[in-house]
Design a protein around this ligand. Structure first.
Ligand code: HEM
Length: 390
């Protein structure tokens, strides 16, 4: 009986020893850098801990010494709770020593800029092993280093220009107006709050319009109907992005094998439909690209780079369509959700912003606001940029 018990415990004991050993080795490496070190005994990127931390950390405040570094830093999203406190206490640069990797946190715009520049010149390599799961629909810019990164970057950079900024502006006004209409509609006030879901729809609609030339009208989370029929491009993508961690962790093939579980089956169908949409989009754009040579949106730039210039494969085009949706959607949606919450909590800031918008736009019909007004909205820019950078 004892031996069965020990055999059961052995993997956990070995795991514990390996963790302590890795933490110690990383600590020795961190010491050579000379920055203040915070020991974080569980890696922030550990997926099991990611799921459990939100339940365990709040309990720790009732435990003696439970409010130390562990509960402050050992969970995803600690930055939002801490804000400037960690840097005020530990300096502009400090390190986390964890069993997985050492992490450096910087609060210096010039230093961050310098690192990104040098990463792009190939001086630092990004940890592709942490990002590899983003290859789920094909290799892409987020998972590349060196010359492969430069090649993919060249194919995508051209579409980020003033022409697409103008499209973002126009579509944002249209979608924002529809969202406002929905939020002001009293028939939707009962039931759970859906603000964060609504900002996801808002940002996704703008993104797919600007980058992929697809137009949708905004609908609120409470208007959403679950249908058994084929999903639209936007709804398939929304379902994939809402369940991104699951898809990234399992991959479409495993998901397909598990399709007998109803929720996973729906997700697997969405992944397959999305892939079909992307293939269709590729073929459709390939036709258009042959007819018109002018610069276009992201999908056109990618397809042109693939068909005309042979710089990128079809798999890479599909991988990039997914990753631009993934990378461009969550952060903008969350930035909006947090900003709206904070503006509601600080009505004086809201009024300060509104005063300037009224002054600059000067027209009650915001839909007609001109793009050249954008740089004049310095208060809005101050609120959003400082919030995004925080
Ligand atoms: C609140 C908005 C956003 C924030 C805070 C943000 C932040 C970042 C950061 C910090 C990086 C890493 C930079 C690096 O390592 O070089 C990054 C990369 C990236 N972002 Fe964003 N981003 C935002 C919006 C977007 C949008 C709207 C898109 C797409 C249209 C996008 C697409 C990407 C892509 C594709 C990468 C990888 C780029 C590369 O490897 O060269 N992001 N983003």
């Amino acid at each position: 009986m004892l031996s069965v018990f020990l055999a059961f415990l052995l993997p956990f004991i070995l795991f514990f020893i390996a963790t302590v050993w890795s933490l110690f080795s990383n600590y020795l490496i961190a010491r050579q850098v000379g920055l203040p070190i915070v020991i974080v005994p569980i890696s922030p990127e550990n997926p099991v801990w990611m799921l459990l931390a939100r339940y365990i950390i709040p309990i720790l405040q009732y435990v003696p010494f439970g409010n130390g570094h562990f509960s402050r830093f050992c969970h995803i999203g600690w930055e939002f709770d801490e804000k400037a406190r960690a840097h005020i206490e530990l300096g502009d640069a400090f390190m986390f020593g964890t069993p997985g990797k050492n992490w450096i946190y910087l609060c210096d715009a010039d230093a961050v800029h310098d690192i990104i520049k040098r990463e792009r010149q190939g001086e630092f390599a990004r940890p592709v092993e942490l990002l590899a799961m983003l290859d789920v629909f094909g290799p892409n810019i987020s998972t590349m280093n060196g010359s492969d990164w430069q090649r993919q970057r060249k194919c995508t950079a051209a579409s980020f220009n003033e022409q697409s900024n103008l499209l973002v502006w126009k579509e944002s006004l249209r979608q924002g107006q529809q969202l406002l209409h929905y939020w002001k509609d009293n028939s939707h006030v009962d039931g759970p709050a859906t603000m964060a879901k609504d900002t996801r729809t808002l940002t996704l609609d703008i993104l797919v319009h600007v980058a992929f030339g697809k137009s949708f009208d905004f609908y609120g989370a409470r208007e959403k109907k679950i249908t058994s029929g084929p999903l639209s491009y936007r709804d398939a993508l929304a379902l994939i992005l809402e369940n991104a961690i699951l898809i990234l962790a399992l991959g479409p093939q495993t998901l397909k094998k598990l399709a007998f579980v109803p929720q996973l089956g729906r997700l697997s169908n969405a992944a397959e439909q999305f892939r079909q949409y992307m293939l269709h989009m590729f073929e459709e754009q390939a036709q258009n690209v042959q007819e018109e040579k002018a610069q276009g949106n992201l999908i056109k730039s990618l397809v042109r780079a693939s068909k005309d210039d042979k710089m990128i494969t079809q798999d890479e085009v599909i991988g990039n369509i997914f990753v631009f949706n993934f990378a461009g959607h969550d952060n903008t949606a969350h930035s909006f959700a947090f900003s709206f919450m904070l503006l509601a909590a600080y009505p004086d800031v809201q009024e300060w912003m509104a005063e300037e918008i009224r002054y600059v736009v000067g027209n009650p019909d915001v839909l007609t606001a001109d793009y050249n007004m954008f740089p004049k909205l310095v208060r809005t820019l101050a609120v959003f940029v400082s919030h995004v950078r925080r």
